[in-house]
Ligand binder design. Structure first.
Ligand code: F3S
Length: 377
């Protein structure tokens, strides 16, 4: 792989964090036969919940001794930084999680604690970025037309410190072409993503033909499901996403009438916000709560970013007046507290995939409306 003089210097730097970061990028570049490194505009780091990375991850983060050189955001932590007691997080977990936050602060990362960094800082079409967090990656590639491969937490940190990423995969225009057309009659985006991620082959990039235009929030849920159950990091939607018309229509096609997901159990917790809720989704939830016009009977937890919550305080207050809780900085999958529940109802294909795997709980599935309704039963 070609390295500039400046990159050679970084590789031979006395600062171990810098030289190791270069080694990580070089190793990746060699595996994927990248010809060079390219400049990135931002990085997004995943895997920062103490619940997921434990002592080993904490020690590694604390050992980092260099600053990031591009805008760097981070994924949700294991707790709401302000309302952790209310979430029944214990002091020991709080202390460990805060050490991780401080280590990230030390390298200059922005403590955004969200999987929807695209609501915080606008990314643009064609921008090269190095993001971890599969749901954010697929959103950036598909809905915005920015360019990122599926980075791991470690390679995203290496890229943030060097400001570059190897030039391969989805950074190259021709690799973004769809190779399977999927015609869908009636769509529940989460269910469709969950189902298709399981059946698409490793290298398949879908282009969808829907009967109606989907909102960005619906596309967000579709992408999160696709990327959770499969390897997909980009999709296109006819007449909608920015690159859909840049390539020839694929010959291979499948038709899907409707996908139903039959995961049912009696929920003792209902959670929304995987990926983190947008303002529009919060407004939708409030509308559904107001329709019922009484307090929820079961635990209803919503997850959003601190940034979205801060900008919409009145909206959050109104939602919480129905006894629902709106937590920030964390989510149902990366927080240990969801393990205390028997059955969790979700509207997300990603939560449906990871809650049983990572938190060992049963899951029930419904759309947003069904989830809110279930909180009153
Ligand atoms: Fe985000 Fe947590 Fe889901 S990080 S995409 S809310 S699993």
């Amino acid at each position: 792989m070609y390295l500039t003089k400046e990159e050679e210097k970084l590789l031979n730097s006395d600062n171990e964090t810098i030289s190791k970061s270069m080694e990580i990028l070089l190793a990746l570049g060699r595996i994927y036969q990248a010809e060079k490194l390219i400049q990135i505009s931002s990085a997004h780091i995943s895997g920062i919940s103490y619940q997921n990375i434990g002592e080993t991850g904490l020690e590694w983060l604390e050992s980092l001794n260099a600053k990031v050189v591009v805008k760097t955001t981070v994924n949700p932590a294991g707790m709401d930084l302000m309302r952790w007691k209310e979430m029944r997080i214990n002091k020991e977990f709080y202390t460990k999680q805060m050490k991780i936050i401080r280590a990230l602060e030390k390298i200059g990362a922005e403590i955004s604690l969200t999987c929807t960094p695209y609501y915080l800082h606008k990314i643009r079409f064609g921008m090269h970025i190095a993001w971890a967090e599969s749901s954010a990656i697929i959103y950036a590639n598909s809905i915005v037309g920015a360019r990122t491969n599926r980075e791991s937490g470690i390679s995203a940190i290496a890229s943030a410190i060097i400001g570059k990423t190897p030039y391969y995969g989805l950074h190259i225009g021709e690799n973004r072409a769809p190779n399977i057309l999927i015609k869908v009659k009636d769509v529940n985006p989460s269910a469709l993503g969950f189902y298709l991620g399981n059946i698409l082959k490793f290298d398949q990039i879908p282009i969808f033909r829907f009967k109606r235009r989907l909102s960005d929030d619906e596309l967000k849920l579709l992408g999160a499901g696709l990327a959770a159950t499969g390897n997909t990091a980009i999709f296109h939607v006819e007449n909608q996403t920015p690159e859909w018309n840049d390539f020839e229509m694929p010959k291979e096609k499948i038709e899907i009438d409707r996908v139903e997901i039959e995961y049912r159990c009696e929920p003792d917790l209902i959670v929304l916000g995987c990926p983190h809720l947008s303002k529009e989704e919060l407004v939708q939830v409030l509308g559904l709560l107001q329709k019922e016009n009484k307090k929820v009977k079961r635990d209803l937890w919503l997850f959003t970013s601190r940034e979205v919550a801060n900008k919409n305080k009145e909206l959050i207050e109104k939602i919480e007046s129905f006894n629902a809780k709106v937590f920030c900085d964390t989510c149902m999958v990366v927080s240990p507290v969801t393990e205390e529940y028997e059955c969790i109802m979700v509207n997300s294909g990603k939560a449906l995939t990871y809650l049983p795997k990572l938190r060992g709980v049963n899951v029930s599935f419904g759309n947003l409306e069904e989830c809110v309704k279930a909180a009153f039963q």
